[in-house]
Design a protein around this ligand. Structure first.
Ligand code: ADP
Ligand code: MG
Length: 693
């Protein structure tokens, strides 16, 4: 259970005074529905409201605060004119300008002859210096209500900066003082404040340096978040390693047979990965390994050969895929090769007929079926194995830690191999996988033709459509990707539907549409029509399945390519170039784009190496935007920015490991504070894992 001291942070924002349903809704859209979300919504700038010595010292075009004497009011002659109030000091004059103002209100707040402190954006209008709608008008006696510095927050439509600042101040008052979870010596060495002070400071920048990622308060908060992430992963990993594994040395006879039938030689990268995996499998300890390789790098073959070693040792293997389509695709390849050497395989997706399903379950429980390929259906409690030795999880970022534990729980000491085609830069791998052992397959099998990538402005769209007509008549298939704009799924969908309608009018009866709002079955039906049926042009939002294999698809068009992350574009591009024919990827951008944006797209033209692209993407955009967090499986950090805090990530990883080595159940002196940290960052799942010792 979450510790009570954190309850106030997880209360809804509308529990703050002055936050009604409308404001709560805006806050929810901007930051999140709870008070803690507001605390994590850090300012990206600040306004300096320190008093200028005099009017003459004020610079037009900036926010300024000055002490002025009210000289006279000049009410407007008609409604279109503003209400003006002339003020001055010994050095000069400043006109305060108000549109649609109420005269009685202004007469009260700015009485002629009185001194006021005014603060706001100052501009020059002809010869006069003016301030339109001052942000603050303060009596001299209340000078301390004028903040010296004011944080500036990222905003959303319908939410003003002043309102947000006020709500965040109220939220900060709910922030408790928490016991320190960091090592005091480390804290001192870094010069970081305690947690409470850090949150307060992060929201009260005093100069530009304070809003930089490296400012002590921000670095501390980022580190906390990274440590929570790393600690949670370390706990789960330890849990998985706690149960002893089994040795699956194999004797190589099945694997050798299949390797001979592949019709190609493994690349040296595949060979190296397989050697790692084979050694792991042969050891009695459990394997927890990530097999990372670009789309098409040949991971599946490696996984299959690994499975065979386990089967040679008398155990079974399972391959878990995120969608039915992918499960079927894997099954088609694996079944053909495995059955040829007498290894029985079965598919389990939840869509089989009852009798077939029962037969599969019986075969798995009895051990006659050696390889199961399937979806989440494999995770059901009713699915039992005789002796599951290896679980291969494909494109695992779609699966949570919980599911990894679930499949691993289906046998005593199951070895786990996670396959990922997401080209995450090295620095980020550990945020997703902790310190899993990693094998990487770099490069591609020989003979693969590079995809001809072109970057074109969108006014060339008609030429592109014409080109499609030509290649369709040659029997090719085309992906057309419409972007997803974070803000409005509805608009995206409309754009994709419009494009589909447009292309359907040019190529009647030959198009299909897939998008995220479709039911899974509908979507898979559309994908199937594209792969096996009449649909030759597939219009899609970015939901095209990772790993989908349609060899006849030789052209991909991506609209508004400038809105995508490079790594995401690369992943999309990986859908083509899967057959023997040369393939093309056209990146359409909405002109004009900046030189930087064009340079970004040019990276894709230059290289086909997913890892290099991912590193470039990280360098050019920052991790937050990398891949589009939701699709990448990267954790959505609120406070840590891996473009700036990668060094802290490495330290957090080391510290998490050390903590778990010394006190695996977080039962020691620092334990309660560390558990609080995990709860604060909502790593509750890891804490439950602790409990299940
Ligand atoms: P991944 O799972 O990494 O996306 P796959 O294992 O599906 O890649 O391999 C992609 C294609 O390349 C498959 O058709 C596979 O048979 C083929 N392939 C794999 N390894 C090699 C190799 N060493 N030489 C030639 N072709 C290969
Ligand atoms: Mg694959």
């Amino acid at each position: 259970m979450r510790p009570p001291i954190l309850y106030p942070l997880f209360a809804a924002v509308d529990s703050l005074a002055g936050v009604g349903p409308t404001l709560a809704k805006s806050l929810g859209r901007l930051a999140g529905p709870r008070i803690v979300d507001l605390l994590w919504h850090l300012p990206h700038g600040l306004v300096d409201r320190r008093l200028s010595p005099c009017i003459a010292a004020v610079t037009a075009g900036q926010t300024a605060s000055v002490r002025v004497k009210v000289i006279e009011h000049a009410p407007p002659r008609n409604r279109r004119h503003p209400y003006r109030v002339l003020t001055a000091d010994a050095s000069g004059e400043l006109v305060l300008v108000f549109f649609n103002a109420r005269g009685d209100y202004l007469a009260r707040t700015l009485p002629a002859g009185e001194i006021r402190l005014v603060s706001g954006a100052v501009e020059r209008f002809g010869d006069t210096l003016q301030m339109v709608h001052p942000d603050y008008i303060v009596e001299e006696a209340a000078a301390d209500t004028l903040p010296a510095f004011e944080p500036v927050y990222p905003l959303t439509a319908g939410l003003g900066g002043k309102v947000l600042a006020k709500v965040v101040r109220a939220a900060l008052e709910r922030a408790p003082v928490l016991d320190e979870w960091l090592d005091p010596a480390f804290l001192a060495r870094r010069g970081w404040p305690a947690w409470h002070e850090a949150v307060v400071c992060a929201h009260a920048p005093q100069d530009e340096a304070d809003v930089e990622a490296t400012a002590p308060a921000r670095a501390r908060l980022a580190y906390d978040e990274l440590l929570a992430n790393q600690l949670a992963l370390a706990i789960v990993r330890r849990q998985m390693r706690r149960k002893p594994g089994k040795a699956h040395p194999g004797d190589g006879h099945l694997a050798a047979c299949i390797e001979a039938q592949l019709g190609f030689e493994l690349t040296s990268a595949q060979r190296a990965a397989l050697t790692d995996i084979r050694a792991d499998l042969a050891r009695p300890a459990r394997m927890l390994r990530l097999l990372q390789g670009d789309v098409g790098s040949g991971k599946t073959v490696v996984a299959l050969l690994a499975m065979l070693q386990v089967i040679e040792s008398g155990a079974q293997a399972a391959l878990l895929a995120p969608t039915e389509l992918l499960a079927r695709q894997h099954f088609a390849i694996i079944a053909r090769l495995a059955e040829a050497v007498g290894v029985r395989t079965a598919l389990l997706t939840g869509r089989e007929k009852e009798a077939a399903r029962r037969a599969t379950m019986a075969g798995l429980a009895g051990g006659e079926i050696a390889i199961a390929v399937g979806t989440h259906a494999l995770l059901q409690d009713a699915v039992a194995f005789d002796d599951l030795g290896l679980a291969v999880i494909d494109e695992q970022h779609r699966f949570g830690v919980e599911q990894r534990l679930a499949i691993a729980g289906k046998g005593g000491g199951v070895d786990v191999l996670v396959m990922s085609a997401t080209p995450i830069p090295r620095t980020l791998t550990m945020t997703v996988y902790g310190d899993l052992d990693v094998s990487r397959i770099e490069g591609k099998p020989p003979g693969r033709r590079p995809i001809d990538t072109r970057v074109l402005p969108n006014h060339r769209l008609d030429d592109v459509v014409e080109g499609i007509g030509r290649i369709l008549s040659a029997g090719a298939k085309v992906y057309w990707v419409c972007p997803l704009v974070e803000d409005s799924e509805t608009l995206d969908l409309a754009a994709a539907e419009d494009r589909h309608a447009h292309l359907a009018s040019v190529f009647p009866g030959r198009t299909a549409l897939v998008h995220g709002r479709m039911k899974t079955a509908e979507r898979e039906a559309a994908m199937r029509a594209f792969r096996d049926g009449d649909a030759s042009v597939l219009v899609a939002t970015t939901v095209i399945e990772v790993g989908v294999d349609v060899p006849a698809a030789t052209l991909m068009v991506i609209e508004h390519a400038e809105r995508f992350g490079l790594a995401q574009l690369h992943q999309l591009r990986g859908r083509v170039g899967r057959g023997d024919a040369p393939s093309t990827c056209i990146l359409l951008y909405a002109a004009p784009i900046s030189d930087a944006a064009r340079a970004r797209l040019a990276v894709l033209r230059e290289t086909d190496d997913g890892f290099r692209i991912a590193e470039e993407d990280l360098r050019l955009r920052g991790a937050g935007e990398l891949l589009g967090v939701r699709q990448s499986g990267l954790p959505a950090f609120h406070l840590a920015d891996l473009a700036h805090h990668a060094e802290l990530l490495a330290i957090a990883g080391d510290e998490a490991r050390l903590i778990i080595e010394r006190d695996s159940d977080l039962a020691g002196a620092r334990g309660p504070a560390l558990r609080q940290l995990l709860y604060l960052f909502e790593r509750d799942q890891a804490i439950r894992t602790l409990g299940s010792g």
